[in-house]
Design a protein around this ligand. Structure first.
Ligand SMILES: [Fe+2]
Length: 357
């Protein structure tokens, strides 16, 4: 599907008030924004995948939706198609389906939000999610930073023969299998991320709260879209309002001081890791918000905001979310600018409309 073909299913543009809310809070909830029929299809497809990979779970019997055992996890891991992650994987209360580069999932969420992504980031400056071609291959640009290399290695093994260190330049036509880390090239969502009922309490310290990825790179806006009704306290995207600009500033200052970002030091990083001083400050002075809503609800967030997947306290709801990061194109954000933020301005790469608010 091309941009023009996708236009029919677009979610309407944000109002000035919504734009202001996004800029101030760093996130915005659009209740039931996506097409109901596409959401229904996504739910049917999810249950079809469950029938194939985890048939002990029955759609009409929530009592069968218990956590995924170690043995089940090992069996799922063994079912790998050629390259990338298993199509269906999971452990404990979380499971995923790597369908993010499929046309239906792209039409459902990122393409439906295209008008809004361009409204936020600027027209013709966002990487179009073309998804997988007939051979199951995706092609898109990737800024080869250290954390991108780590991400490629963890989802592909070393099949690409990537070096351990990033070049901090763009590989313009990186090819990845459909079940690979297609979000690194903007070509797919992360697939469907699900949380089973009665998931563990994250504890008062919210130890899994984090900020995604590095401050450098080309992601600016991310989205989580719910394909089923999601009540309060059922595993919704949980966010700390206003934390986006605070983390942005800290992380850039750390980077400009010479600290790079890799997943291996997520736990002990100066800014943006699980236990960094700025994260502790935000948790101490800001109450988290659980973003919930009916099927088709979209949560948009500034890529640096503090967040986590919430606890699913329900007995009969599976939290079903597809997650996508909108990236600036290399043409609109050339390599030298990707790692240059000496002015620390969080909105430099955004549309005039949002910059002028
Ligand atoms: Fe995250």
């Amino acid at each position: 599907m091309t941009v023009a073909q996708a236009a029919a299913g677009w979610v309407p543009a944000l109002t000035a008030q919504q734009m202001g809310q996004f800029k101030r809070d760093g996130y915005l909830v659009l209740p039931g924004a996506l097409d109901a029929e596409r959401c229904r299809q996504a739910r049917d497809d999810m249950w079809e995948a469950i029938a194939t990979y985890l048939p002990r779970m029955k759609r009409a019997e929530p009592s069968t939706w218990g956590p995924i055992s170690e043995d089940e996890n090992a069996a799922l891991l063994a079912r790998k198609p050629g390259g990338g992650d298993p199509y269906f994987g999971g452990k404990g209360h979380r499971f995923y389906i790597r369908n993010g580069a499929e046309q239906a999932m792209l039409n459902l969420a990122p393409r439906a939000m295209w008008q809004i992504a361009e409204q936020l980031l600027g027209k013709d400056t966002v990487v179009w999610p073309a998804g997988a071609d007939d051979t199951g291959t995706t092609t898109g640009p990737c800024f080869m930073s250290d954390d991108a290399i780590t991400g490629l290695a963890s989802h592909l093994g070393d099949t690409l023969g990537q070096p351990e260190k990033g070049s901090f330049t763009t590989q313009h036509e990186l090819q990845l299998p459909a079940t690979g880390p297609v979000w690194l090239t903007g070509q797919g969502t992360r697939g469907l991320y699900c949380t089973l009922p009665d998931s563990p309490d994250p504890g008062p310290q919210y130890t899994s709260a984090h900020s995604d990825g590095a401050c450098y790179g080309r992601w600016r806006v991310q989205m989580a879209a719910y394909t089923d009704d999601l009540p309060d306290r059922s595993g919704g995207f949980t966010v700390w309002p206003g934390s986006h600009t605070r983390i942005w500033k800290e992380q850039w200052e750390a980077f400009l001081d010479g600290e790079k970002h890799t997943d291996t030091h997520l736990e002990t990083r100066r800014a943006g890791g699980y236990n960094d001083p700025v994260i502790d400050q935000i948790k101490a002075d800001t109450a988290p918000v659980d973003c919930h809503g009916p099927a088709g609800t979209v949560v948009l967030w500034h890529t640096k905001i503090l967040h986590m997947a919430g606890q699913n306290c329900s007995a009969d709801v599976i939290r079903q979310a597809t997650i996508y990061g909108f990236m600036k194109t290399p043409a609109s954000l050339p390599d030298p600018l990707v790692t240059d933020r000496t002015n620390l301005d969080p909105w430099r790469d955004w549309s005039e409309e949002i910059r002028n608010l």
